[in-house]
Design a protein around this ligand. Structure first.
Ligand code: SF4
Ligand code: SF4
Length: 97
């Protein structure tokens, strides 16, 4: 399985997105200890257009993040909130927000 392969229940939609489309979900859904960012809350550096305001100095955890099949599930959704909620749901974390 490659990083872009989705579990069977998510194929084939997840094959549509293989690159980051700057949807903002991974800057919102997960907790990021390096940024003291809680689960389900947009990073303080996430701009309204879902780009990173500190891109050139973002921490290693952000630099090392790679888009994968989850992006295909979340990025097409119409709002940042919907994308973040879907992201958390995929990881079974929705009830922790
Ligand atoms: S969830 Fe995926 S597509 Fe969205 S910003 Fe993060 S890496 Fe990019
Ligand atoms: S520092 Fe930038 S890349 Fe990292 S979570 Fe915040 S907005 Fe996203």
């Amino acid at each position: 399985m490659t990083a872009f392969d989705a579990p069977p229940e998510y194929a084939p939609r997840s094959a549509w997105h293989r690159d980051c489309t700057a949807c903002g979900a991974c800057c919102t859904a997960p907790d990021i200890h390096a940024l003291a960012k809680p689960l389900g809350v947009p990073c303080a550096h996430l701009r309204a257009d879902c780009l990173c305001a500190v891109y050139t100095s973002r921490p290693a955890v952000c630099r090392n993040y790679q888009p994968d099949w989850v992006c295909g599930e979340v990025a097409p959704l119409p709002t940042l909130d919907a994308r973040a909620r879907r992201f958390l749901d995929i990881y079974g974390l929705l009830d922790q927000t």
